[in-house]
Design a protein around this ligand. Structure first.
Ligand code: MN
Length: 304
């Protein structure tokens, strides 16, 4: 991929970008909102998948075999259903709605994600990545499970603070650059003027229902880029709305991504691919997953 050509001017924006369908693991289609054509990152948020809602009453549900990561944190936020995480640090964790799994890849980790054998019939949620800054991208890997996140009731919304600070609540999730992540849920009609930081850029993705944001409508399948320079944001919606609002200081480093790796140069990404496919111990071993590890596709720029 080419380095970002997008601007990060200080002016507010109202730019709707379509998500694109992608295959996740063994045959589950998801909507990818980041990176997408026209938008690579929002602050340090560099990847956003919206999965489901999908009926997993019959069949195995989600099955993503052991695969590696570098240079990022994975952030798992289920709205419905259950997922079981295993990683090369030996962590095994069932996650349910309301909780967050935060895995810091640093210099290298591997993990698998799957629906547990007995699972509720619907799977729905968001999977995000946060790019690690240069000073932290080679740190030791870590995994943290947060069973409950701070929630603020405001204007008819239930606002969950997933990362950073908003409405007087600080999320417990450990992140490494100035950013914010909010989940807004409307049990009924809701309207709120949400304070923003003008030095942050923001974006929004509707996971269910329809939102009005700064006067315009937003539905699932659309990423809204809001730019910088806003002091506040008018948000409203009706019962059933679920909205993710992401923000952060423009990242300021040219990030390259290939497959599940985040790096800075093509050579580095090609080296990660070779290392994983050769079984390099830096990525450890995921134990207990009933299936094969996923091979890394070779990037088109790598020598044969
Ligand atoms: Mn992963």
């Amino acid at each position: 991929m080419e380095p970002s050509e997008q601007t990060t001017g200080a002016a507010p924006a109202w730019q709707v970008l379509p998500t694109r369908d992608a295959e996740l693991g063994e045959g589950m289609t998801i909507r990818r909102a980041l990176p997408t054509r026209g938008r690579r990152m929002i602050g340090a948020w560099c990847f956003l998948d919206h999965f489901g809602p999908v009926d997993v009453a019959t069949g195995e549900g989600m099955r993503v075999g052991p695969h590696p990561h570098t240079g990022l944190q994975t952030f798992t936020w289920p709205l419905a259903g259950e997922l079981f995480h295993r990683d090369s640090l030996g962590c095994q964790q069932l996650i349910r709605p309301g909780a967050v799994n935060l895995m810091t890849a640093g210099r290298g980790i591997s993990h698998s994600e799957e629906s547990p054998p007995e699972h509720v019939p619907t799977l729905h949620g968001a999977q995000l990545w946060i790019a690690l800054p240069e000073a932290q991208r080679h740190i030791e890997p870590a995994f943290e499970h947060y069973p409950a996140m701070p929630v603020v009731e405001r204007g008819g919304f239930r606002v969950t603070v997933l990362a950073g600070e908003s409405l007087g609540e600080q999320a417990p999730t450990r992140v490494y650059s100035p950013l914010v992540g909010l989940d807004l849920a409307a049990p009924g009609d809701a309207a709120l003027v949400l304070p923003l930081r003008p030095d942050f850029e923001y974006g929004a993705l509707v996971l269910a229902g329809e939102a009005r944001l700064a006067g315009g409508a937003l539905v699932p399948g659309q990423l809204l880029y809001l730019g910088r320079g806003r002091e506040s944001l008018e948000v409203s919606g009706a019962a059933g709305l679920r909205l993710l609002l992401l923000g952060g200081a423009p990242f300021g480093e040219d990030v390259l991504m290939w497959w599940n790796f985040v790096g800075r140069t093509r050579e580095e990404l090609a080296e990660y691919v070779s290392a994983w496919n050769a079984g390099d111990p830096r990525f450890g071993t995921v134990r207990g997953y009933a299936g094969d590890r996923l091979p890394a596709p070779r990037p088109p720029w790598a020598a044969a």
